[in-house]
Design a protein around this ligand. Structure first.
Ligand code: HEM
Length: 445
């Protein structure tokens, strides 16, 4: 039985709840169907546990922005909570440890003029490896999956540990494989492997650091730890291990799957790729490399990158939330502790919010003068206090990587590759099916 005035939903069966009415392989279509029957806010039962699914811009905004604190918790009774020991930031419940760690990460990422290397330099450093890998493939076809995954992983590793791994490094390959092949089921062993690496790095940093002169995120955290001492602060070395695992995990699969989606569409829509290249050539003429600032001169390329993010729908159901108090949403009552599923998919393709909700079309982000505009329903990073903490870094990576690669190379869908399959594989993150791309140099380099 649903509690009084609880959001409606499909009939609940003993033991299984409403689970049989959802395809576990890809529940997104079922969520859409249930929205048609029950409205923007409805409930499902995962076994005996109720969860409220929130759909569409209006309801998502009311929950995540207007009633932000009420909806900013995280479920604490999932298997993953045991693995993460309730540390880090992504899965930590709303409270002072989460708040302090989130604030610290935002500040540290923002101040990343760390040492001599600004964040942009770190991203460009990694792009060099992408460019040389692609150069080796000129005139041939290549599978970009591992390359983009490694690049995204390395950028975070640079920020965290001031270290990167070669694209064919055995250890990092193993991690990538764990991640992609066994998918998210391998969180346990993966966390352990990565945890061990992180501990190694942290110990190394403790030996070589100069207090007050941080080289990277780990040094910043160790400085902060020293400053705070042990009196009741939520900062600890154990936190730091989980924290770096969190940031690495949150920043790798997301960015690399978005890049994979980008190149899949750019190859199969060559007129769009062409138009980006014209704009990039014009704005960067005479410049050695792109800077993030250049985006303001590139409305079309900006529109394409945003359209990629909209269509990629990289984190389709966001990260699950939980109510922190008894609350109300769109007139329904939701008790404290209820799991909340924020259906970002339903916002990113919502009819009435987009000119072309169901096709890849950069016009979704352009006004009639060709200027870049960002509709309110663009929320691939979610909204409110739990919104993606890496948004700034992710947007910088997407822009610098796409612009640099499009400036140098032309990407072609191989003649023998058959029809492209745009349907991604569902998971916490959506992954495009593996594909190959043909690479050509645009001008002699
Ligand atoms: C295209 C790339 C990315 C996308 C689409 C994305 C999307 C998201 C989404 C939807 C959430 C959940 C927000 C919520 O619960 O309401 C999230 C959380 C988070 N993301 Fe990202 N993300 C991306 C890249 C990154 C990067 C590069 C980092 C690393 C610096 C990062 C770090 C985090 C963290 C730490 C959280 C948890 C925030 C919290 O619980 O307070 N993300 N991201």
């Amino acid at each position: 039985k649903r509690p009084k005035n609880f959001p409606p939903g499909p009939p609940v069966f003993p033991i299984l709840g409403t689970i049989l009415q959802l395809s576990l392989e890809n529940p997104l279509k079922d969520f859409e169907r249930l929205r048609k029957s029950y409205g923007d806010v409805y409930s499902i039962y995962i076994g005996q546990k109720p969860a409220v699914v929130i759909n569409g811009l209006k309801a998502v905004k009311e929950a995540m922005v207007t009633k932000a604190a009420d909806f900013a918790g995280r479920p604490q009774d999932l298997f993953i909570n045991d693995v993460t020991k309730r540390k880090g930031v992504v899965l930590v419940d709303y409270g002072s440890s989460w708040r302090e760690h989130r604030r610290f990460a935002l500040m540290t990422l923002r101040n990343f003029g760390l040492g001599k290397h600004s964040m942009e330099d770190r991203v460009h450093e990694e792009i060099k490896y992408l460019v040389s890998t692609l150069k080796e493939s000129v005139g041939k076809t290549m599978s970009p999956g591992v390359m983009f995954h490694n690049a995204a992983s390395n950028i975070i590793c640079q920020v965290l540990f001031a270290r990167r791994f070669e694209y064919d490094d055995a250890l990092i390959k193993q991690i990538v494989q764990c991640f992609t092949e066994n998918s998210k089921l391998a969180v346990g062993p993966w966390a352990m492997t990565y945890g061990t690496i992180a501990i190694g790095f942290i110990n190394e940093h403790k030996k070589t650091r100069v207090p007050g002169e941080p080289r990277d995120f780990i040094d910043c955290y160790l400085d902060e730890l020293e400053k705070r001492g042990n009196d009741g602060s939520s900062f600890s070395e154990e936190q730091l291990i989980m924290y770096s695992l969190d940031l690495h995990g949150a920043g790798t699969d997301t960015t690399s799957n978005t890049l994979l989606t980008a190149f899949l569409y750019l190859m199969t829509l060559p007129h769009i790729q062409d138009r980006c290249q014209q704009e990039i050539d014009q704005v960067l003429e005479g410049k050695y490399r792109a800077s993030f600032e250049d985006r303001n001169e590139m409305p079309y390329t900006q529109a394409v990158i945003h359209e990629v993010q909209r269509v990629a729908n990289t984190v389709p159901l966001s990260v699950f939330h939980r109510t922190t108090t008894d609350t109300e949403l769109m007139g329904y009552s939701i008790p404290k502790g209820t799991m909340i599923i924020e259906n970002l998919t339903s916002v990113l393709n919502e009819e009435g919010q987009w000119k072309f909700p169901h096709e890849f079309n950069p016009e979704n982000f352009l006004d009639d003068k060709g200027e870049f505009v960002k509709p309110e329903a663009f929320m691939p990073f979610s909204a409110g206090p739990r919104m993606c903490l890496g948004e700034g870094l992710a947007r910088m990576e997407l822009f610098l990587i796409m612009v640099t690669l499009l400036r140098k190379f032309k990407f072609i869908w191989p003649e023998d590759a058959g029809e492209p399959d745009f349907t991604p594989v569902f998971g916490i993150t959506m992954t495009p099916k593996p594909y190959r791309m043909k690479v050509q140099l645009r001008r002699p380099q």
